[in-house]
Design a protein around this ligand. Sequence first.
Ligand SMILES: *Cc1c(COP(=O)(O)O)cnc(C)c1O
Length: 384
Amino acid sequence: MRDSYLPYGRQLIDQLDVQAVIDVLKSDYLTTGPSISKFEEALAEYVGAKYAVSFSSGTAALHGACFAAGINEGDEVITSPMTFAASSNCILYQNGKPIFADIDNKTYNISPREIEKNITSRTKAIIPVDFTGQPADLDAIKDIATKHNLVVIEDAAHALGAKYKGQFVGSISDMTMFSFHPVKHITSGEGGAITTNNKEYYDKLIQFRSHGITREIAQNRLEPWYYEMQFLGYNYRMTDIQAALGYSQLEKLDVFIQLRKKYVEIYNKELKNINEISIPIEMNEVDSSWHLYIIRLNLSKLSSSRRKIYTELQKLNIGVNVHYIPVYWHPYYQQLGYKKGICPIAEQVYEEFITLPLFPAMTEKDVYDVIDAVKVTITKFSRR
Ligand SMILES: *Cc1c(COP(=O)(O)O)cnc(C)c1O
């Protein structure tokens, strides 16, 4: 057994990151300075989008996207139940109504067929989630959106650097959200962004993250100090300190992803022949950026519950996790009237999921520690 606890994910910070932050601290701008546009331009270029707008978190970015998409009281927005609550909370912030469409049993991404089934005259947008880093079925989703005149806001918190049919995530949907929380591909401490090719969305997002205030009309007026607040926005700005860290991290993204892929290959090779579990399936048309590595327990071949296996792995110092409790199972959503049972596949796979540690700061030795612990635990509880 390992002597130290291995978390399921964490940041990788080097001396260049530290220096980038120190440089900003010694500069003129801690916020609304040049590091912001430098990071935004680099991010937009990386994913091949025209614009990127940074936010104080991925959640704030999703809120901005729902505002820009025009989500209002009573509007329905279809999303996945197999995600972090923020993917759906952003709809509630705009007084919209989240509608949960069940997921595909192989990719665990939202099923286009289930989206279609849930469309009504009040549907305004779709928020697919690129679960674990595997892009959702974006062409099918785009077709549905075009047919019903819906906006697609892609939650790509897991999928920075992923590709769908050869194209980078971030340049495909109407708006795409990234998160820079420390467990994600790159970090700015807290932070997020929307990328888009649409100038109208871009302008709205910029104004939304800064109180709804604009200075654009100042040129036509006599008062040179003039600015005006045109709608109720927020202070959702990222600081220059965060943006400098984000930029420095972005330069290492490709290396980070290579390491993730290398560890995934080892996991796949070592775990694929264990009958009591299934390893993740990567579809042919995608190139996942592997935020999470989730194994699925075949409970009929095991003599113990998922909880027992989870606890056993934790005792062995392996920081396994579970992603995610279906969003509408949370007490807040239950109070809103969502019933258990509406997305049976999401509910079933949730009971079988265990997330194994995966992050670039781990070593190959760490990967083999996880594999050994999984093998020992599965053997112990196998029905064979
Ligand atoms: C991390 C995450 C978010 C929210 O991002 P924050 O930056 O933590 O606010 C939203 N959706 C998914 C799927 C995430 O994993």
